[in-house]
Ligand binder design. Structure first.
Ligand code: AMP
Ligand code: GLY
Length: 423
């Protein structure tokens, strides 16, 4: 099978590493890819926003299957364009990708199909939004409706903070994403991520993970795309997974199909496990980054037939096997991230990772044959272990061998799970 993978981050390196192991793979391309992905696939310098160019490449190489990694091309309709050309694609249509592209859309689906989530209202102007906040009181959550690279959410502990967040949105802090605002009840509990493949009708639960969104140790400081993650999430017991499937995922599949937007691809449900049980914080329509990296370390089955089954509507005919051993990944980022940071700093050497360990490339490039850091999040140092604690020790031992002056990381990834293990 000839496969094209779209994307260039750590998530795509993990997908590429796993896909390349498939006996079904005959030719493997990635666009635009990165130096880590280049170990597994031939890189193609396509502009992903140019759907016509991607389609032309697929025709030229007689590509059988396209796997789309990030959300932006999905929301922009790349999967629709390629499907219209007769290609098989992993990833939802633009209409179904609204589940990630519009928080208001998702909240409306939740309301219509009785999916547990925080009570909410949508607003397109500041005065009404502010009146609602004053009426509800704090804590309360203010969200820009559209894609804001993870920065459009304010969990306000005071009314003043919430009012200021409303002003930020309507004054254009998040561009078009903030033209509409969702105001939502604060949910109290422990967060977890749940991943599940869907083919429009059938679902195949994958695995759970927890990430560390904040830049600082002890989960402090500003939000980032994620500074590390581990899988499985201890809070997601078998009972919580079953409830998530019944109360959240199944009604979403039904609701999306009934609304005329059948969903195929991966559901990445951001959950809050509250005293009442699982409640939906948000949906993403692609694998998490860096959650994907830990999922791929634990997946024992061949990934290619699973993604293909999601794309072809045959998920009821496949199963996935997982290692019980936890996996943990630590993100190494450029100093300054998520603020401004220096680009093109040299990465002098990367350690050899043994079995059950892997350094994924997220924001690297080759310049004159030398590896340099070009992104905010640059490397994902990943390891498995019999416990989260062991996976953590192995990941940091590997990370300490990375020679990159301008890199930094959190030293406490997995702390919550490790505290549980010690208790
Ligand atoms: P989101 O971009 O929707 O994932 O939100 C970013 C983060 O804000 C989440 O990971 C949560 O930590 C927090 N958050 C979002 N919505 C809520 C909510 N209703 N209650 C409490 N925390 C929330
Ligand atoms: N790590 C969070 C995300 O991929 O959205």
């Amino acid at each position: 099978m000839k496969v094209l993978l779209i994307g260039s981050g750590g998530r795509e390196h993990a997908l590429a590493w796993k896909l390349a192991q498939s006996p079904l793979m005959t030719e493997f391309y990635a666009a635009p890819g990165n130096p880590g992905i280049a170990e597994h696939a031939r890189l193609v310098s396509l502009k992903i926003e140019d759907h016509e160019a991607v389609a032309a490449f697929c025709a030229q190489k007689a590509i059988d299957f396209v796997v789309v990694g990030p959300e932006a091309p999905l929301v922009a309709g790349l999967a629709d364009h390629l499907r219209a050309d007769g290609l098989t694609v992993f990833g939802p249509s633009a209409a179904a990708a609204q589940l990630e592209g519009s928080k208001g859309f998702t909240k409306d689906i939740c309301a219509r199909y009785n999916i547990p989530t925080g009570a909410y209202q949508r607003f397109n102007n500041a005065p009404k939004a502010k009146a609602y906040i004053r009426e509800q009181g704090a804590p309360i959550v203010v969200k820009a409706d559209g894609l804001a690279a993870g920065k459009g959410v304010t969990v306000a502990m005071t009314v003043e903070e919430a009012l200021a967040a409303v002003d930020d949105c309507f004054e254009g802090a998040f561009g078009a994403a903030g033209a509409e605002v969702v105001i939502e009840a604060f949910l109290d509990g422990e967060e977890a991520s749940f991943f599940c493949l869907c083919d429009g009708r059938n679902a195949l639960p994958l695995a759970t993970a927890q990430d560390h969104k904040r830049v600082g140790e002890g989960d402090t400081g500003v939000n980032t795309g994620g500074m590390g993650a581990y899988s499985p999430a201890p809070v997601m017991t078998a009972e919580m997974i079953e409830r998530t499937m019944k109360e959240i995922i199944e009604p979403t599949i039904y609701g999306m199909a009934e609304s005329g937007y059948p969903f195929s691809g991966v559901f990445f449900a951001g959950l809050m496990i509250t005293a009442k049980g699982p409640e939906l914080i948000e949906y993403n329509v692609r694998f998490g980054d860096p959650e994907c990296q830990v999922l791929m370390m634990r997946l024992k089955s061949d990934l290619l037939p699973l993604l293909l089954a999601a794309a072809e509507g045959t998920l009821d005919k496949v199963t996935a096997e997982w290692s019980d051993d936890p996996a943990l990944t630590v993100v190494m980022a450029s100093k300054g991230y998520p603020g401004p940071y220096e680009k093109n700093t040299p990465i002098l050497s990367l350690p050899e990772a043994g079995v059950g360990a892997k350094v994924f490339h997220a924001g690297t490039s080759l310049r004159d044959g030398e590896l340099v850091a070009t992104g905010g999040r640059v490397l994902n140092v990943t390891a498995t272990g019999r416990t989260v604690g062991e996976a953590q020790s192995r990941a940091y031992a590997l990370l300490d061998k990375v020679e990159w002056e301008n890199g930094f990381c959190r030293r406490d990834i997995g702390w919550r799970a490790i505290e549980r293990e010690r208790a």
